[in-house]
Design a protein around this ligand. Structure first.
Ligand code: PEP
Length: 253
């Protein structure tokens, strides 16, 4: 059985005070669920990782980074390595979020290097995939997702795949208030699981958690997560409000 997983992506929000206040509220309200019936992680901006990890040290909530660089150290101005993330208390790392693909211009090849480096450095990558609205309208969703999954996971052994969580996040649903219907999301999750079975094997594909992301809110979380292949959620906007994030965790439990 796959344990539900809810992760909050704070993006470029909060400050040194509000980041700590927010996690304290989340930790307080999820004592009975986080780390037990649901895996819970928060992904603050890099500069607040250490303070957030410290505030969460006696909780079962994990900390993740929103990005990583694939080199281990050296002259890479502005970048952050896996060992640095581990050093400040991270266990997860988002790779290939749509804002990095489409605003920053990250390629599948770069994202694959990040996923590979995260695993080599002892982190658990959350690989984000998802189509643009024009790709969905042109019936290209499966093709796009196939390319992103195959290229994102290229070269990973069976053992390494076990470290990976996939997040299906249709780009048209991120931060827009538009959500994929549970049926639309389930269709793509089922497709991704079958793709993993084809690339690896069926048993392993059943173990991999596939999260849905895209305007998940307390009022739609339960319906989405009741779908057979939706194992939780990567939450953006609603993860910045403790009550909303707690309600989503509860919906996953
Ligand atoms: C995200 O940032 O991954 C996301 C899904 O954002 P939102 O929930 O705000 O759509």
């Amino acid at each position: 059985m796959r344990k539900p997983f809810v992760a909050g992506n704070w993006k470029m929000n909060t400050n040194s005070q509000t980041s700590v206040e927010l996690v304290k509220c989340i930790a307080c309200g999820s004592v009975e669920t986080a780390g037990q019936s649901v895996t819970v992680a928060v992904c603050p901006p890099f500069v607040y990782l250490q303070a957030v990890a410290k505030a969460l040290s006696s909780s079962n909530i994990a900390v993740g980074a929103q990005d990583i660089y694939f080199e281990s150290d050296g002259a890479f101005t502005g970048e952050i390595s896996a060992s640095m993330l581990k050093d400040v208390g991270c266990s997860y790392c988002i790779c290939g979020h749509s804002e990095r693909r489409h605003i920053i211009g990250e390629s599948d090849e770069l994202i694959n290097k990040k996923v590979t480096a995260a695993i080599a450095g002892g982190l658990l990558p959350i690989l984000c995939v998802g189509e643009l609205i024009e790709e969905r309208e042109a019936s290209q969703t499966n093709k796009v997702v196939t390319r992103q999954v195959k290229k994102g996971l290229a070269g990973l052994s069976v053992e390494k795949l076990r470290a990976v969580t996939i997040a299906y996040e249709p780009v048209w649903a991120i931060g827009t208030g538009l959500t994929a219907t549970p049926e639309q999301a389930q269709e793509v999750h089922d497709f991704i699981r079958k793709l993993l079975a084809e690339m690896y094997d069926g048993e392993l594909a059943e173990e991999i958690r596939i999260l849905y992301g895209g305007s998940v809110k307390p009022n739609n979380a339960a319906d989405l997560m009741s779908q057979k292949d939706i194992d939780g959620s990567l939450v953006g906007g609603a993860s910045l409000k403790a009550d909303d994030f707690l309600a989503i965790i509860q919906a996953a439990a």
